[in-house]
Design a binder for this molecule. Sequence first.
Ligand code: HEC
Ligand code: HEC
Length: 304
Amino acid sequence: MNKIPMFWNVWIIGLTLTVIIGLVIILHFTRKMKGDGEPDKTTGHVFDGIEEYNKPLPKWWLYLFYGTIIYAFLYIGYYGYANIEGVAKWSSAGQLAQEQEEYEAKFGAVFTEFNNTPLAELANNKQAQAMGEQIFRNNCVICHGVNKEGQSAYGFPNLTDNDWLHGSSAQQIEKTIQEGRRGAMPAHKESLTNTQLKEVTEYVLSLSQNDQKPKADMVIAGKEVFNSTCAVCHGEDGKGKHDFGSANLTDDIWLFNNPNLELREDVYFTVKNGRKSQMPAWGKIIGEKKAHLAAAYIYAESLK
Ligand code: HEC
Ligand code: HEC
């Protein structure tokens, strides 16, 4: 039987005894206070039109209260003895430990087996997918949305489209989820003039189908800026590179497209100020085995 550390037992018992003794004292003094004998007199205390009678406590209530106090003393005595000596058949710590053991016995082997199975195989395993979905629901939906659409908040990628910042191979997805990712789009407000920032924004808008009608004269100048400054990370063609986690700028899928802003303003803001979105390292948070199953779930989704 697992014991709760002594300190907490003493702490709980001490706290409970203080409260009970406090109650006894209050009860003792209020009992001594005699009613003034006039049955219809109030204390003079009015709240919201409600008045308070000045009457002694009814006897049955008083004895019931004493009864619960005696019970509390007996119970706390038993609790202290049983927990400190560890002789009780039941303790909350014991129950938790037992449930954990049962859980480990039931699922531990399954987790270990799945952990040694590659994602490609788990993609067709119903049980692994169900577990992965549950893990996704518990940990990922706040950022990526219930349907993995990343709509819960601005700046979180949709995981159901075929646009991947960091790549969709089994290995890349596993790494993304186990180790986390950090988007590293540098700010260009120091290195580019405001005219250059505007020009390159128009060029970026010209790369995809969108409703912004890029200004043709600026697009040409913007292309030069792009080739000298942005192509290292986004590629000459602007399609992005998974190794950098740099966005594909040629599809009309945007990580940063605030519904309240024109896309032009958002792109300009991104280029000027940079972006640093962060995907946490789940292997460290929920453990490698669970993160592996979440990866299996996302990987299966990427194949659809
Ligand atoms: C706190 C918010 C947050 C939570 C929670 C979160 N993510 Fe992410 N995730 C992000 C952000 C932000 C990115 C984009 C990182 C970047 O821009 O490089 C991302 C990126 C990803 C990517 C890469 C997408 C791509 O296009 O390459 C995958 C896969 C992913 N997350 C899966 C998960 C899974 C599985 C979970 C749950 C175990 C999870 N995420 C929980 C914020 C979150
Ligand atoms: C050091 C590599 C690097 C350089 C240089 C770079 N980018 Fe980026 N860019 C990124 C990364 C990484 C992201 C994704 C940021 C994130 O996920 O938080 C990104 C994101 C973006 C986005 C947001 C896309 C979206 O889906 O919302 C735009 C627009 C963009 N970059 C344009 C540019 C332009 C224009 C330049 C040149 C002036 C440039 N980038 C230079 C790495 C780079």
